[in-house]
Write a protein of this length. Structure first.
Length: 446
């Protein structure tokens, strides 16, 4: 079955290779990372062949979530190096910017056995940690063969993914058998993993690490903003700001239409548009200008000055989370169009009123919790987005309880980090004997 999987992966690679070739030529993507994806890491990567803990985080969200564990893993396992891999370029950039506790960062290899073996030989992990549902059969099988412990953390299975995995359940059961422990976000995900073949004894509901990865930064240090990006946004205290984060194609136009209505009542209103895909920065800038707005990129802003524009396109990486604190209201993208939504916790920690669309399947548990507690608003259409954003920015009485409830939910749901570290400690006990814990496994109730 593993041979069939590898052949299928090869076929898929051949089919999608024209797209990647186009991206490489048009946007200069993937070229610089190809050697690492083939398992050829720099000679200085692990020159002394030291054992390690390897964390895999697909993209931006997972890399930021890894912050919740990195410092603790370094402290608990000082004899092991800590490496982190990402799949996307954006994730790589954010990881390099945000994870100071990691010894080295590299691109995740293609999941073919000969490449996986080459990477494992260089990384030499004693523990492989996969963030969320990054299940790579050949890598996990090779880890099992070499005696490398494996753990999934912050795991989840969406309804859509669950249906797909059920179609190949016999193979998927064999793959899950190569995972030593599962730390999952919710009871629902735990049941799905068990129904797909995971041993219930190896499944633990820890909650979402995304709550623990959030840090509320100090506003100032020695009289100046601690975050450098804030020096480019010296905004008047009464200026209305709409931040649209992680937007996808089709959503920026909706936000711009809402901005036009807002500026009829609040002429100085500013929108910060943060496209999810870096290659779309230019496209979004043109879209805003064509809509009649004075538009500038974040990289073009003068330091220590207020933006003299209607729209700022955030063409930088790793700054969106900090900019949420400037918002009067927040729209979280990937949700008005069907992309599964994005992280709503980053604006929540600042007590901001949050709006998202109908497509939040990738963050379903968190979105449902926020809606049930009156901590966010879900809209179903562009027109409804117009109305809701206009109401929020013009009515402080409406937005205040939303923001307060969002912030309270973040604080109430912390704790996944401690549970996750207990699972890891039981799987890979620190040599000094500290950090061991008894973990209650998930039990399926019929």
């Amino acid at each position: 079955m593993y041979l069939a999987y590898s052949l299928l992966a090869l076929v898929v690679f051949i089919v999608v290779s024209p797209y990647f070739l186009y991206q490489a030529i048009r946007h200069k993507k993937y070229i610089g990372s190809l050697r690492q994806r083939l398992g050829f890491l720099p000679i200085t990567f692990n020159i002394d062949a030291e054992e390690s803990i390897w964390i895999h985080a697909v993209s931006v969200g997972e890399a930021l979530t890894a912050r919740a564990l990195a410092a603790d893993l370094k402290a608990r396992y000082p004899r092991l190096r800590l490496f982190l891999s990402t799949t996307t370029i954006a994730g790589q950039q954010v990881a390099r910017h945000s994870l100071s506790n990691v010894d080295a960062i590299f691109y995740f290899p293609f999941d073919w056995t000969f490449i996986v073996r080459r990477t494992l030989h260089l990384v030499r992990p004693r523990l492989f940690v996969m963030m969320e549902t990054e299940i790579w059969p050949n890598l996990l099988h090779e880890c099992r063969r070499r005696g490398v412990k494996t753990v999934m953390i912050n795991g989840r299975i969406s309804a859509r993914s669950y249906r797909r995995y059920r179609m190949v359940r016999p193979f998927f059961r064999r793959v899950l058998a190569d995972v030593d422990r599962f730390c999952v976000q919710s009871e629902e995900s735990a049941r799905r993993f068990v129904e797909l073949g995971a041993d219930p004894v190896h499944v633990t509901v820890t909650g979402s690490l995304k709550f623990d990865s959030l840090e509320l930064p100090a506003a100032t240090a020695h009289g100046k903003p601690r975050q450098r990006v804030l020096r480019f946004f010296r905004l008047a205290t009464n200026r209305t700001v709409v931040v649209a984060g992680s937007t996808m194609r089709g959503e920026e136009a909706a936000v711009l239409r809402a901005l036009a209505r807002i500026r009829e009542k609040l002429p100085g209103a500013l929108a910060v548009l943060a496209p999810r895909q870096p290659e779309r920065f230019g496209e979004v800038e043109r879209l805003a200008r064509d809509a009649g707005f004075v538009t500038i990129r974040r990289s073009e802003l003068p330091i220590d000055a207020e933006p003299r524009a209607d729209v700022v396109v955030l063409d930088s990486m790793g700054e969106l989370a900090q900019l949420y604190q400037l918002a009067t209201a927040v729209f979280v993208g990937g949700s008005l169009v069907d992309h599964g939504g994005h992280n709503i916790l980053e604006p929540a920690i600042f007590g901001k009123p949050i709006v998202f669309g109908p497509h939040m399947q990738n963050f379903k548990e968190i979105a449902d919790t926020f809606l049930a507690n009156g901590a966010a608003i879900q809209v179903q259409s562009d027109r409804e987005l117009d109305e809701v954003l206009l109401t929020l920015v013009t009515d402080p009485v409406r937005r205040a309880p939303l923001g307060a409830a969002a912030c309270a939910l973040v604080e109430a749901n912390r704790g996944a980090k401690t549970k996750t570290l207990e699972v890891i400690g039981a799987l890979l006990p620190p040599r000094d004997g500290h950090g061991r814990a008894v973990v209650r496994p998930f039990r399926l109730v019929h």
